[in-house]
Design a protein around this ligand. Sequence first.
Ligand SMILES: [Zn+2]
Ligand SMILES: [Zn+2]
Length: 628
Amino acid sequence: MSAATTIAEVLQHSDPKTARRAVAARVDGRVVDLSSPAPAEGQVEPVLPGDPEALDILRHSTAHIMAEAVRALFPGVKVAIGPAIDNGFYYDFEYQRAFTPEDLPAIEEKMAEIIKANLPFERREVDRDQARQSFAEGGEDYKVELIDELDPEAQVSTYTQGEFTDLCRGPHLPSTGRVGAFKLLSVAGAYWRGDERNTMLSRIYGTAFFDRKELKRHLNFLAEAKKRDHRKLGKQLDLFSFHEELGAGMVVWHPKGMILRNIIEDFERKEHARRGYQQVSGPQLLRRELWEKSGHFDHYRENMYFTEIEESAYGIKPMNCLAHMLIYKSKVRSYRDLPLRYFELGLVHRHEKSGVLHGLTRVRAFTQDDAHILCTPDQVADEIKAVMDFITEVMDIFGFDYTMELSTRPAKSIGSDQDWERATAALTAALELSGRDYDINEGDGAFYGPKIDVKLQDALMRHWQCATIQCDFTLPERFDLTFVDSDGERKRPVMLHRVVLGSIERFIGVLIEQYAGAFPLWLAPEQVRVLTVTERADQWAEQVNQALRDAEIRSSADLRNEKLGAKVREAQLMKIPYMLVLGDKEVAQSKVTPRLRSGKNLDAMTIDEFIAYLAPLRQPGGERKNQA
Ligand SMILES: [Zn+2]
Ligand SMILES: [Zn+2]
């Protein structure tokens, strides 16, 4: 084989038909350009459009094409970074003004020209100083900053297509013509490196696919997701708000949102009590020394907020573990006391960069349904199994399917190798016992122990982190937690950290999108609205409303002197499950005629009959059980 042979030629030689479809190649597990030199030895496999890496390569290549188009249309623009992301790509630019949706058609048109020209993406391995100088001369300050931060040993490479050269590791498509279908989607402001102290850049989001049909399917999905956007529905349904003047990432709950929260929290209290958990509560501020002892100060400090009281430093809790350990330590524990399961609806504060904040799903203050189980090493397996059963039952009530992942020891961690091995083995055993498939997330565990992450899958097949189970041998050691065993010896308990819904805020955001705001009866902040046709029904409406409230049904009466059509439309906009329309007939018969939010009408019935009809549907998950 001559030195000039490329990977494309190797593939062409072995299977010309497949080689034509290849977008890149895998050599010894590494994905490289088709134009790179063939390796002296090692397996060369094509990366084809259906492969997991292929879409990222396509989308990142489309980001370069977009940057070329933007540079051609807006002289003086500086380019920052343009990665592939889930479902698409973006590129950040610095320009004299922010880009707007009105700019997108012209950029798309220019991109289409670049794609049509089928320009090759050419990789060059370059000298660092020369690359730095050339980007500096072009005014590309962000690229210069990136080069300065590269590992001094790293090979610097650039990719050029047409008029545009980018600092990039690659790999890329062989040429621009391989982009089958793309669409620019939106613009947003984004701080350089997601840090609000830096320059605000103008970000353009887009997506790309190998063929038009897939793009169309994705655009339909986006339209559906937009309709369900919890930020929009949260406003429409008057559930919560965010306020710039109050601070980013902090939720303000309105009365209806608070009803929803209380329903979920009451449900949680009941379900935890039923399973032998005891509710506890710890303070927001704990002395810094305690966070040093736990390792949070060394390993989690960037995510924490600190304050001072009478010259001593305090940390605002990002987790609830520490107070729970202090409760455990407040007296001598015997093996007979274990397991102890402490449950807290704990408000925690964590620093998230402003760039990643998103409605209820990424906030800086949130409430966890957190618990810590302290048990003997022998009890670990049963306790993990019980938590997994708990999660399954809860997900079923809310109507979610879910997937599981095992996250192992991260680079920054505390504890001995032996403890990590024991903890990982315990979680693995529980996963195996569950009989469900799971993925392994290397290095993504908490700093004090490995964890099982549960990701629920919503109606649009999106995945959301909810439950986690962490197995921890280390914090009991650091806090010197002990129990007196049956042989009279003092021994170390194991601590399991676990949440079921995770962040209540995020979970509510997901619920809003799952149901598109049309909550099942048990969760609906307003379950029934009584509507009068004329004022002749007012008295009966008030009586009906009160009877429903007496039966603990969340009801209100709309007695305004408005057209019935307007009242119905408003109730429908609020997605209230049942309307009771009261006219002369209902008054005469002392009955109600229920109307579902779907528009379906039920037969007229007495109030008692209606209350009895609702009873099974008002139970958690009631409507689902009723359908089954
Ligand atoms: Zn690139
Ligand atoms: Zn914890």
